[in-house]
Design a protein around this ligand. Structure first.
Ligand SMILES: C[S@@+](CC[C@H](N)C(=O)[O-])C[C@H]1O[C@@H](n2cnc3c(N)ncnc32)[C@H](O)[C@@H]1O
Length: 279
């Protein structure tokens, strides 16, 4: 590593330590490359000349930290993102979950809620909405407020409608929201069984007895050690036979708890916690 790159990495570590000591958010296990990109992006937009200057402002100005948090947390998301993933949930996972008296679902890293409402629509169409209990969590309070509101730009709805149909949706997507000015508000009926809550995958504990966990496009930003911690957390949170869904660039293979899961739909990164052996 050349001197400049080495110094940059040291400054990044100092900034992350300061954020952790001052605000309790621990980014030290996030992947170096994405951290570096996001911090440099924050510098470009904030106008600070370098990381030490940013660090000083982060320490004495909470709003500066909040902007950095937004940049580090990367909230990009869509409704029915990767439509074939949702098609696999529709065709292969829901028929099995149908047998349960209550279906408990955890969206970890739910961002502004598009993934959560996409799943709520699937549950509704499968006649399962009434018996689902959904926990949607993120460590970013601001993004959770947007998730609870469920109001999205009408400009994006055209793409979401096409995703929905590619996922096997046969209804009119317009039935699921009310268009107001330039926005689409998801109908309140879809919010009934959803609890939005703060949860930090780095430091918080498991949610018990889940049947389905979605943690898509979150672990890609974590290093191997942190990924293993989070996989253990999901393993502890899932019932036997429960499903774990990751993003297209993420994998459970080669993790410390890989042996306890089967590849259920390998192409869509849907894993299933293997049923315990009979005693
Ligand atoms: C790229 S979005 C993914 C949203 C959605 N799951 C999807 O696939 O479209 C990543 C989300 O993970 C959240 N996140 C990042 N680190 C987290 C952590 N340590 N604990 C909880 N959520 C985290 C971010 O705030 C962000 O909302």
């Amino acid at each position: 590593m050349d001197k400049d790159a080495e110094n940059l990495m040291i400054e990044v570590q100092l900034l992350l330590n300061a954020v952790y000591l001052k605000y309790g958010y621990d980014f030290r296990g996030y992947s170096e490359a994405s951290l570096k990109r996001r911090i440099l992006r924050n510098l470009a937009f904030s106008g600070y000349r370098n990381i030490p200057e940013l660090l000083r402002h982060v320490l004495c100005d909470k709003s500066c930290f909040e902007k950095l948090l937004l940049d580090l947390s990367i909230n990009v998301t869509d409704m029915f993102r990767d439509p074939l993933f949702y098609k696999a949930i529709r065709d292969q996972v829901l028929p099995d979950l149908k047998k349960l008296p209550l279906i408990k679902v955890w969206h970890a890293g739910c961002a502004s809620g598009e993934e959560v409402y996409s799943m709520a629509i699937l549950f509704f169409e499968a006649g399962l909405h009434q018996k689902t209990q959904v926990y949607a969590t993120d460590f970013n309070e601001k993004i959770l407020i947007a998730a609870k509101e469920g109001i999205y730009s009408l400009e994006k709805i055209k793409g979401y409608t096409s995703n929905y149909h590619q996922s096997g949706g046969k209804s009119s997507f317009g039935d699921y929201y009310a268009a107001r000015n330039k926005h689409a508000a998801i109908h309140a009926s879809f919010k009934k069984n959803i609890v939005f809550a703060h949860h930090n995958l780095v430091s918080d504990g498991p949610f018990g007895e889940m049947d389905l966990i979605l943690c898509r496009n979150v672990l890609i930003y974590f290093n191997r050690n942190l990924q293993n911690r989070v996989f253990d957390l999901f393993n502890d949170s899932l019932d036997q036979g429960g499903y774990l869904c990751l993003g297209s660039k993420e994998s459970l293979r080669y993790s410390t708890c890989s042996d306890g899961f089967e590849d259920f739909v390998p192409k869509e990164k849907i894993y299933r916690k293997t049923l315990g052996l009979p005693v």
